[in-house]
Design a protein around this ligand. Structure first.
Ligand SMILES: [Mn+2]
Length: 323
């Protein structure tokens, strides 16, 4: 990987915007925060020349990540001109949501990611499918270039590694993940505090929504497939914001008999968002049938169909893949 071009590209840019993906998670937010700090701490840039942009809402549990209070919404920067846009943890361009026009109109487009389905859509690409998280890709770049990682940067990177490995439990966890996490702890990341923010700070209604979904879940194909449909009515009932469904698809996979889990969520009457998790088959291939993508055991897509029809379609593809 040509790390020097990372340094040169940032040095050459006058104004930089860092873009995180829609429905932001711990990896995209932790990566955005860490990159922001590294640029400010290691280059000539000031806060006036670097912006962070997020889509939708920042989940309550991730608000502890440093400097996210300085991040802006796409509409707040729609008249701004940048010469470098950096996408972090964004598998495909449509995952930029309302930030996509901003990315498209910026001359130099950097793409830092770890999704194996990423097609190198940037003009400068740092994509490593073997990394556990975008945070790990950034950590490696920072180390290779001897850039200073301070305490708050370490917090952002650690949050990225922790959450994208499901608390160091998923198959993307290896010795490197743990060695790098240990180094981040030495640099000032506090594991117990960060874990408490990420895993023990859920809003009560989020847990109640999950309980409602678990009770109404569908178990089919000898319980090998577990899934649930969430309508906007369900969301209203629990005063749920969009991020409240996070973690649900993993809870369904946690059941011993589950091989594949899915959550089909109504966006509007003709659009359904689907999250997929697996212990066995490659669900990124299932997601790709509907122009989505992701990782082997964690993927997602959006289907332009009403909730119940989308559910049938995804179930059909999962069954085909299970054989
Ligand atoms: Mn990620």
């Amino acid at each position: 990987m040509d790390f020097k071009s990372f340094k040169d590209t940032i040095q050459a840019a006058k104004r930089i915007v860092i873009i995180s993906h829609v429905n932001p998670d711990g990896d995209t937010l932790g990566s955005m925060s860490a990159l922001y700090q590294v640029i400010l701490n290691n280059f000539d840039h000031t806060k006036d020349s670097v912006d962070m942009v997020y889509n939708g809402i920042i989940p309550e549990i991730y608000k502890f990540i440093p400097f996210l209070d300085e991040a802006k919404k796409p509409e707040q920067v729609k008249d701004e001109l940048y010469d470098l846009a950096i996408a972090v943890d964004i598998a495909a361009k449509d995952r930029m949501g309302d930030s996509l026009p901003l990315y498209e109109r910026t001359e130099t487009k950097m793409n830092i990611d770890h999704h194996k389905t990423n097609n190198n859509y940037g003009t400068v690409n740092f994509v490593r499918g073997d990394a556990c998280s975008c945070g790990e890709v950034l950590f490696d770049i920072f180390k290779a270039l001897d850039l200073n990682i301070d305490k708050k940067t370490a917090w952002g990177l650690y949050a990225a590694l922790l959450t994208d490995t499901g608390g160091f439990r998923y198959d993307n966890t290896d010795a490197d993940t743990l060695l790098k996490s240990a180094e981040l702890i030495k640099l000032g990341a506090e594991p117990a505090k960060i874990a408490r923010f990420c895993y023990e700070s859920k809003p009560r209604n989020m847990v109640l929504l999950h309980a409602h979904c678990m009770i109404n879940a569908d178990f089919t194909d000898n319980n090998r497939i577990a899934g649930v449909c969430i309508s906007n009515k369900d969301m209203e009932k629990f005063h749920a914001s969009n991020d409240y469904t996070e973690g649900l698809v993993e809870e369904l996979r946690r059941i011993g008999t589950t091989e594949v889990s899915y959550v089909a969520k109504e966006v509007d009457e003709n659009t359904t968002k689907v999250s997929l998790r697996s212990k066995t088959i490659d669900v990124s291939k299932v997601a790709q049938v509907f122009n989505g993508g992701g990782h082997t055991f964690a993927a997602g897509c959006t289907i332009r169909k009403p909730l119940k029809i989308a559910k049938d379609k995804i179930l059909e593809e999962i069954r085909k893949a299970l054989g």
